[in-house]
Ligand binder design. Structure first.
Ligand SMILES: Nc1ncnc2c1ncn2[C@@H]1O[C@H](COP(=O)(O)OP(=O)(O)OP(=O)(O)O)[C@@H](O)[C@H]1O
Ligand SMILES: [Mg+2]
Ligand SMILES: [Zn+2]
Length: 511
């Protein structure tokens, strides 16, 4: 007899249908799995057999063939255990075959029949809803993440026997209920705040401008000047995640299996700070079966590269494509996969190998040559994609001793959110959503400046030795500063502030 059970596989961050067909026919007791199964799927035989036996059902001693269709998609992971077991029990006549087609199933089986957590139940829920299925049965540990999807019933499965009882109509499994609005109401609480940072007003202003326009930013300064401290607080001033952004980011964590089981949804902008020893695959994603990397784990949030000059050159090179496209395409022999990767890049580094160049209190002992080599590691195309360059000087002692608290993240975030609303409206008919994403056509349209500003800009480029490429960057930043001010026109003041955020272009002349 043949039984067919539905399940899903994940390609990128989206699920697609996989049909698990099980045929039991007379013959020698062999158990074969066909349809491009990876090792982990082939091994499911042993788990399924033990789980069926230990749940008190007879395991057929006839010939069992399992076919995973469509054959073109590689099947990996342990999530097909449950559908395979149900297929075998269906083909043995223990479960009504027609009811199997109403649900999608996913779950790993332990030898004693418990259902263990797997990756990708959120994409499965989205797929099942969009394809009109009645419900999905997923491991109890993954049911919360799946249940944020509305209009689909998500049944938490604890054991094989419980699911079989449910399908036989002998027991009820309560569908998991999650109130998305409740999750969003539970406002995120950060344990850091901008009010912890004393002084550094002009740096904080630069960070606020960066956050407001979604601009990438690099902070350059001596050890202990507070670069890392500032970077770790940037998510606290970014506008909150929207529901759609939350779903998209959560999908990435769901397919990577990184979602904590008590969390239904990622509601806080991700902040990722990979160590400088990371590989290119770790950063942009990869592997035999491609997995998302840090650029995707920071999707809709912040990717912080501390000690930028310590990263391997080839690793920084691969950042260019996601920075340009806001997604990342990984090609492997097996497949080509695209993951979303729209993040704000925040970088920090010292101005020279010893760190103290331009520090009034310490002497820098680096040679010109050393400084040049140090800088060259991050020069060129990557720097071109970083809008705001800001120098972070050592904090004067008296600023640190000040008793007064600095402005809170909550206040700053209000201004940032207002500036972003202006941009959302401006770009509502386009595919972009913030000033940093403007291309030259957008810049022409939205960053018109008067003659006075044009001549200021030209002087800056000539006298300060700014690169010509800096021109468009400055216009974009000036647009953001104007938005922070609620101004529709870009005045000369905004241009002159924006010019200050191109420190590194200027500093190049020093070396
Ligand atoms: N503006 C500031 N207000 C309050 N504390 C500060 C400030 N700047 C620095 N600090 C203190 O100094 C510590 C060191 O700062 P941080 O690690 O951010 O420096 P850094 O610029 O990243 O240095 P490095 O180049 O060595 O990485 C912070 O943990 C904080 O306690
Ligand atoms: Mg640091
Ligand atoms: Zn030095």
């Amino acid at each position: 007899m043949i039984a067919s059970v539905l399940s899903s596989a994940v390609i990128g961050i989206d699920a697609c249908l996989v049909e698990v067909e099980v045929d039991i026919s007379n013959g020698l007791p062999v158990f074969t799995t066909v349809g491009l199964p990876e090792t982990s799927v082939k091994e499911s035989r042993e788990r399924v057999k033990a789980a069926i036996n230990n749940s008190g059902y007879p395991f057929s001693d006839d010939r069992i063939t399992v076919n995973l269709a469509p054959a073109g998609i590689k099947k990996e992971g342990t999530g097909f255990d449950l559908p395979i077991a149900l297929g075998i029990l269906g083909a043995s006549g223990l479960i009504p075959v027609n009811i199997l087609s109403e649900y999608l199933f996913l779950g790993e089986l332990s030898l004693d029949g418990r259902i263990k957590s797997v990756k990708g139940s959120l994409p499965m829920a989205l797929f099942a809803r969009d394809s009109g299925y009645k419900g999905i049965i997923v491991p109890a540990d993954n049911s919360r993440e799946a249940s944020v999807v509305e209009k689909i019933s998500v049944f938490p499965g604890k054991t094989l026997a419980q699911v079989v009882d449910f399908l036989q109509g002998n027991t009820i499994i309560e569908a998991e209920k999650t109130s998305v609005s409740n999750i969003f109401e539970n406002k995120e609480v950060y344990d850091t705040d901008f009010s912890d940072v004393m002084g550094q007003e002009h740096v904080k202003r630069a960070v606020e401008v960066a956050a407001s326009g979604g601009h990438n930013i690099i902070m350059v300064g001596p050890p202990g000047s507070g670069k890392t401290m500032l970077a770790r607080r940037i998510t606290t001033i970014l506008p909150p995640l929207s529901f759609d952004e939350a779903i998209e980011t959560t999908k990435i964590y769901s397919v990577t299996g990184m979602l904590p089981k008590d969390r239904a949804l990622i509601t806080v902008k991700p902040f990722r700070a990979p160590h400088h020893t990371i590989s290119d695959a770790g950063l942009i994603g990869g592997g035999h079966i491609p997995k998302p990397g840090e650029v995707s784990l920071s999707h809709n949030g912040v990717l912080f590269l501390d000690e930028l000059s310590e990263f391997k050159k080839n690793v920084l090179e691969v950042l260019r494509q996601p920075l340009e496209d806001q997604d990342v395409t990984i090609s492997r022999a097996a497949s080509t996969i695209t993951y979303p990767a729209s993040f704000m890049l925040v970088a920090a580094m010292n101005p020279c190998p010893c760190g103290y160049l331009s520090d009034p209190k310490h002497e820098c002992r680096c040679t010109d040559n050393q400084i040049h080599r140090y800088r060259a590691k991050v020069s060129g195309p990557l720097m071109d994609r970083i809008d705001i360059h800001i120098e972070v000087p050592a904090v004067p002692h008296r600023d640190l001793m000040k008793d007064a608290r600095a402005e809170s993240s909550e206040n700053i975030r209000k201004r940032v959110t207002d500036a972003r609303s202006i941009q959302l409206k401006r770009f509502s008919r386009t595919k972009i959503f913030c000033n940093a994403q403007m291309n030259s056509r957008h810049i022409k349209k939205y960053c018109r400046i008067n003659k006075e500003s044009v001549s200021l800009l030209e002087t800056a480029i000539d006298r300060l030795g700014l690169s010509a490429r800096a021109y468009n960057r400055i216009l974009k930043i000036a647009r953001t500063i104007a938005d922070l001010d609620g101004a529709s026109d870009i005045s000369v003041d905004y241009i002159s502030e924006a010019i200050q955020y191109r420190n590194l272009d200027r500093a190049k002349r020093l070396y």
